[in-house]
Design a protein. Sequence first.
Length: 59
Amino acid sequence: MDIRDQHALSPVFDRHQIDAVVHFAARKAVGESMRMLAEYYEISVCNEDSGFIATASFS
């Protein structure tokens, strides 16, 4: 599930009592992250921020 997709998250939050959200890195290869800095930033930082915003909107 894409944590940026609030429409997909909504039914999950409606059906379940969510007590915590844990974000795990989608990618973790150090060498690759140095070559693909922008992509890793987008995946790790921007997606995490979007996920926290989406989570907060359901609390």
